[in-house]
Write a new protein. Structure first.
Ligand code: GLC
Length: 551
């Protein structure tokens, strides 16, 4: 028996911050729920379903941008950081959302977009005027190169054949935008920008939000030389490469601001670097981000060796810094994991019906893993129903980044409008996912065997077994294709077995500890397909089945 990775013992003595054991649920306001019948989700829709989220058992919601915006990037192009877009509601409704969430014991995390504004933001409009007041230097301007080309070879994120620079005729200069040309990058070297963006944080923290999700936050520092990317990386958007020391000082200042508020407010960063070692540095020495997203696992295929490697490298990169991991399988920027985990089989020409069935079994296994790994899990709205991406006909494509499929509206019931209040003739902004008439919230809530109930049982099990959230973590050997780990806290021991194969596997369920004492019978606390829960484990994992065992 070899132990291939182990977590840190949990720090005792002072109460642990809430976000270490929390389950966070991401809400994409465009698609969560529509209360005013315009085919677009809104804050009132979120408020109407808070009870459902409390029933599911999540501890916090993260709400993606709801600020005034021209919506070129569906809200990640902010034109006023301190208000609510009328599409979604009003500031008063936001305050009501915070109060109602808190009354139900739900914390609320909001998005903060510090790297760029909308090109319609008053700061940028001022920067474009002939005699800008203060704001010209709030953005990143450069003169053309002598050959007239853009200042460097960086490409923009959505259209990777396009330069990350746009030419402004009037001044004869280029401005930088790591994303769409309608999202000019802010210049964080300019003290006015730092002050203004800190004020934005204060504005929302004063209103009672419990945390901040900082959008592409590793990009707020840039190499002052703005050098060309090396040719082999030239086609990769710079947002994936940007990793410079000045960002860390900026994050330390932001962290001080957040920590000056009572109640363990949290900042979770979107550090879109594809190396876990690099991501780990954004925790600093406990003085930068509290949490950071880590994307390599999101991009890992559904395969035991890949996941073992991702877990192992996360443990090894974060443990020396005492940094707390996060785990994410789906979000608003990527195809949903259930869609990803069956795609390869479809390409191999397998029978679509069996692929769809297996993808649900895999998504169930993935839920068991997500909610029992050491770290804070982030769920993306709809994964708790096992949703697939919607198929978007070409004439309904709206996102410049091709991400519409995962952003489809949530089906709340089995009617034609799936619980959306859009009157006849008004289509929701994107089509619903394919299976919505049978796979929706109402039908799953009534069905104890549904994916929804699996998520709710898993979250309840985390609560009743703190070892699953805060315990030490140890991977141990298991038959080929099975991932096995142990979670231990004081005298509580849980073991998790995930069968990535399509065969039944016999396993020796000794929790990776080979003493006779530990061979006491284990009980199935959770089974991804529901079978055998509450009974002694019979030592057999069915194809694509995961179990949580306790004793
Ligand atoms: C982040 C967001 C994404 C957005 C981009 C630009 O990656 O998650 O949705 O398009 O930043 O703000």
């Amino acid at each position: 028996m070899t132990t291939v990775g182990s977590g840190q013992p949990v720090v005792t003595g002072s109460p642990l911050p809430w976000w270490m054991s929390a389950v966070v649920y991401q809400i994409y306001p465009w698609s969560f729920a529509d209360a005013n019948g315009d085919g677009i989700g809104d804050l009132a829709g979120i408020r109407a379903h808070l009870d459902d989220l409390a029933w599911l058992g999540v501890d916090a919601i993260w709400v993606s941008p709801f600020y005034p915006s021209p919506m070129v990037d569906f809200g990640y192009d902010v034109s006023d950081y301190c208000n609510v877009d009328p599409l979604f509601g009003t500031l008063e409704e936001f305050d009501a959302l915070v109060a109602e969430a808190h009354a139900l014991g739900l914390r609320i995390i909001i998005d903060w977009v510090p790297n760029h504004t909308s090109d319609r933001h008053p700061w940028f409009l001022d920067a474009l005027t002939e005699r800008p007041n203060d704001h010209r230097n709030w953005y990143v301007w450069r003169d053309p190169r002598s050959d007239g080309l853009p200042p460097n070879n960086w490409v923009a994120a959505f259209d990777m054949s396009a330069s990350a620079w746009t030419f402004e005729e009037a001044s004869g200069q280029w401005y930088l935008h790591l994303f769409d040309s309608a999202q000019p990058d802010l210049n964080w070297d300019e003290p006015g920008v730092v002050d203004a963006m800190h004020d934005v944080l204060r504005f929302w923290l004063d209103r009672g939000v419990d945390g901040i999700r900082a959008d592409v936050v590793h990009c707020i520092g840039k190499d002052p030389q703005l050098p060309d990317n090396p040719p082999e990386l030239a086609a990769i958007p710079h947002s994936a490469l940007n990793d410079v020391p000045i960002t860390h000082q900026r994050l330390r200042d932001i962290r001080k601001l957040i920590d000056s508020y009572p109640g363990d407010r949290v900042i979770v960063g979107e550090v879109y670097l594809l190396s876990t070692e690099a991501v780990a540095t954004y925790y600093g020495n406990g003085d930068e981000l509290h949490l950071s997203f880590n994307f390599p696992p999101l991009y890992a295929p559904w395969s035991e060796p890949h996941w073992r490697r991702c877990i192992d490298s996360t443990v090894h990169a974060l443990a020396p810094r005492d940094a707390w991991p996060t785990w994410v399988l789906s979000n608003h920027d990527n195809p949903r994991h259930r869609s990803r985990y069956d795609a390869a089989a479809l390409f191999r020409g397998e029978d679509p019906a069996s692929v769809v069935r297996r993808s649900e079994l895999r998504a169930r296994c993935a839920a068991v893993m997500l909610l029992t790994l050491r770290g804070t899990p982030f769920l993306f709205q709809g994964e708790e129903m096992g949703l697939l991406d919607a198929v978007i006909p070409p004439d309904r494509v709206v996102d410049p980044g091709g991400r519409d499929g995962c952003r489809a509206p949530l089906p709340w019931d089995g009617t034609d409008q799936h619980g959306w209040f859009a009157p006849e003739g008004i289509e929701p902004w994107l089509p619903f996912p394919d299976e919505s008439s049978t796979r929706n919230y109402a039908s799953q809530r009534d069905d104890p065997d549904s994916v929804l109930h699996l998520y709710s049982r898993l979250i309840a099990c985390r609560r009743s077994h703190p070892a699953l959230s805060l315990g030490e973590f140890t991977l141990f050997d298991a038959p080929t294709g099975v991932l096995a780990y142990r979670r231990t806290l004081d005298d509580q021991v849980c073991a998790v077995f995930i069968n990535f194969t399509d065969a039944t596997v016999a396993i020796d369920h000794h929790f990776g500890i080979e003493t006779s004492l530990e061979r006491a019978p284990a009980t199935v606390a959770i089974s991804s397909n529901g079978s055998g829960e509450g009974s002694p484990f019979d030592g057999r994992l069915l194809p694509d089945q995961a179990v949580v065992l306790t004793r």
